[in-house]
Design a protein. Structure first.
Length: 198
């Protein structure tokens, strides 16, 4: 019996070292060497300043920017509390979900000066499961082109061209849907606006 206990303790120590130290260390070094940008969070820098991550949505406000999907977590990434990354868990029969969707749709229509019954893209009115989804559909980006162009005094075709340049195809050509990264699009928009005024 003592022999079995000693063997179990040894096995626990050996496998803890292998899986808890060696394995993570090897893959951390491998990731830093082969995929350093991704291993460090796909951070986006502009003029030496950190402006975000390609994989984390930010709340862009104002008519001059493309808006991301709504977030039930207010775009938070904290591990605890109300700002933790998560979905709302509201079901399809939830009155609160219906209220949220109506409010989101109204805000979009009002900002775009559209009729009260004008259709709006679903991904701009429903929150993502994570609360920090960085992408919107190309249709959701196109929906916002006129508003953004008018607010910036830019030709709609120029803004639309930026959207088209930032459409990412499905992964490996067949996984998922085409999408637009809102942060990268807004940064390109700011850069184009600066060139225009500069």
């Amino acid at each position: 019996m003592i022999k079995l206990i000693i063997q179990a303790i040894r096995q626990t120590i050996v496998w803890s070292i292998i899986t808890g130290m060696i394995y993570p260390l090897v893959f951390t070094v491998f990731a830093q060497l082969v995929f350093p940008k991704q291993a460090n969070g796909s951070l986006v820098m502009r003029d030496g300043k950190l402006v975000g991550s390609e994989w984390m949505a930010q709340q862009f406000q104002g008519a001059k920017y493309f808006w991301p999907r709504p977030s039930a977590a207010t775009y938070g990434t904290g591990a605890t509390g109300l700002n933790a990354s998560s979905g709302s868990n509201l079901g399809p029969t939830s009155a609160q979900l219906q209220t949220n969707v109506r409010a989101n749709a109204k805000a979009l229509r009002d900002a775009s000066k559209l009729a009260a019954d004008a259709p709006v893209p679903a991904d701009l009115v429903y929150a993502s499961a994570s609360g920090v989804d960085p992408h919107i559909s190309p249709e959701a980006a196109e929906f916002q082109v006129a508003r953004v162009a008018a607010a910036r005094g830019m030709p709609a075709d120029q803004v639309r061209s930026l959207v088209e340049q930032h459409v990412e195809p499905p992964q490996l050509g067949f996984l998922g849907e085409a999408r637009v990264n809102v942060l990268l699009l807004n940064l390109a928009l700011d850069a184009a606006d600066t060139k225009k005024s500069g």
